[in-house]
Write a protein that binds this ligand. Structure first.
Ligand code: CS2
Length: 502
């Protein structure tokens, strides 16, 4: 049977042909629903996370004021514009686990604006009274945040361009859009929309607030004051492992479910969102669909610490050494008993003792869930995805645990092994001599330092924006990481790993 193209007209046929196995939206997706959320950066993660929570609220709880209008600001977003527009903004979410695969059609996104086509349309949408939230998944580079000074990189050419009032109506950066739309809302006597960062960053809301306020201050201090007094920027912890969609995923969907979808999303069954209850202009009743809405920012921070250090830290522990050892997918790395033991012991012995206890959270159960999630053989989570942008990952997921372990005199050998593996990884050649692509904004600098340093970590550690000053002078740390680097260089990952397993 030929697959049926996904769109509004064909949806009933798709559902019927599946014998009721595939559910799709039964709620209205017309002008009766309002775009309460404008989302910048519609990719796989957004479509597996916020858009799914909203879909459930629309389907099960009659929510009509918070449908999503997607926005793309990057040239590459044209592909998402075309894919979604070709199917009335519907898409298929495929949840895969060892138990099987379930497909579901999501309808919460029902419009999409591509900024390079019409920047004014995006500004008008954000400034519209129906818009209550502007949410973001723009990756770290979209924030223009200097990790070291904690300030806006205001001398960046993109920011400079958007700061020029002559460009106010044609912004390129997220801050240019947010600022102009908020200034218009202020003029119109509207409340500011909530700026809701859904990026996997520590204190994502605080960073969004501080950067936007700096930007606004450079444009007009009065608007900056208004944003700071009235705006809301909730911090949140977001979680759902969402690999990049492949051509094979589309074929599998067509064969198994009879759906022709230009860009489906493949993800795991697990999802989590812990969000601070700070909204300036109303919000959907997220708690009805399992979101943990908390009053206190410290709570978000604790959940976030668990996630970044255990989930993302372990992903790095599987990713960089795994890529060097020649693996392609996370589950393949997990199937290797050495890696399975290594990552478990790193979590239990080195990371867990550093984490706060959260009432109602069983940290061992959490670690077990992670092992199960990493072992999921069906989502085919690609190592290059895990390894992408290591200069933004290792300093956040691994190095802080090392620094804290040194401080409390705890063990940190395995964490050093992971950092050492990344130092090797940046050279772009695996243990079998096969080259691979190192996708990192700092690639050139990293590779130059790695070449200069060889098995001596000093050169790479001298990159201050990544490593600061403290670790570089700690003798125990230097000894551990140097030993790991020498062992990996001499023997390769798989022969070195047993030394790190009890
Ligand atoms: C991964 C994350 O890229 C990475 O390093 O650890 O993308 C991870 O899959 C998500 O944070 C899961 O929520």
């Amino acid at each position: 049977m030929a697959a049926i193209k996904l769109n509004n007209n064909n949806l009933p046929q798709i559902v019927a042909a599946s014998g009721g196995k595939i559910a799709g939206p039964t709620y209205a997706r017309n002008d009766a629903v309002k775009h309460g959320i404008v989302h910048i950066g519609v990719g796989g993660f957004h479509r597996a996370h916020l858009a799914v929570y909203i879909d459930r609220l629309m389907e099960k709880h009659g929510l009509t004021d918070f449908a999503i209008c997607g926005v793309g600001v990057q040239p590459f977003d044209a592909a998402m514009r075309d894919a979604l527009a070709s199917q009335d903004y519907l898409y298929t979410l495929v949840e895969r686990s060892a138990k099987g695969s379930e497909a579901h059609v999501v309808g919460s996104i029902n419009g999409y604006l591509f900024a390079p086509d019409d920047r004014e349309a995006v500004l008008a949408k954000m400034a519209h009274p129906d818009t209550h939230i502007v949410s973001l998944t723009i990756t770290e580079s979209g924030y223009y945040y200097d990790e070291h000074t904690h300030e806006l990189i205001s001398d960046h050419a993109d920011i400079q361009r958007d700061l020029d009032p002559a460009n106010a109506k044609t912004p390129h950066t997220v801050y240019g859009f947010l600022y102009e739309a908020l200034a218009r809302r202020r003029e119109q006597g509207l409340k500011p929309f909530t700026v809701l960062s859904c990026d996997n960053m520590h204190r994502n809301g605080d960073i969004s607030r501080a950067m936007l306020e700096s930007f606004a201050h450079l444009r007009d201090p009065e608007v900056a004051k208004w944003i700071s007094a009235n705006g809301a920027f909730p911090n949140s912890m977001v979680d759902r492992i969402t690999p990049q969609t492949t051509a094979a995923d589309k074929v599998a969907l067509a064969e198994a479910s009879g759906i022709e979808d230009a860009w489906p999303v493949v993800t795991e069954p697990f999802m989590q969102w812990v969000i601070e209850d700070q909204f300036s202009d109303g919000r959907p009743p997220f708690e009805k669909v399992g979101v943990q809405v908390v009053k206190n920012v410290d709570e978000v921070e604790q959940f976030e610490k668990h996630k970044l250090r255990l989930l993302n830290g372990s992903h790095s522990a599987l990713g960089y050494p795994g890529q060097l050892a020649g693996f392609k997918y996370v589950h393949e790395v997990m199937q290797n008993p050495l890696f399975g033991s290594f990552v478990w012991q790193m979590m239990q012995d080195e990371v867990k003792p550093l984490l706060p206890s959260i009432p109602g959270v069983d940290i061992d159960a959490y670690c077990h869930t992670l092992i199960e999630r990493f072992s999921n053989p069906t989502i085919m989570d690609q190592l290059p995805r895990i390894c992408l942008g290591g200069s933004g990952k290792i300093p956040k997921f691994i190095m802080p645990s090392i620094a804290e372990a040194i401080w409390v005199k705890g063990p940190f050998r395995r964490l050093c092994f992971v950092a050492a593996a990344w130092f090797h990884y940046v050279n772009g050649v695996d243990d079998n001599g096969n080259p691979f692509e190192v996708d990192d904004p700092m690639r050139e600098e990293l590779q130059a330092k790695a070449r200069e340093g060889g098995s001596n970590p000093a050169e790479l550690l001298s990159i201050q924006v990544l490593f600061g000053d403290d670790l570089r002078t700690d003798k125990r740390f230097l000894q551990e990481i140097t030993t790991a680097m020498e062992d990996i260089a001499r023997d390769g990952i798989l022969k070195t790993l047993p030394k790190y397993i009890d």
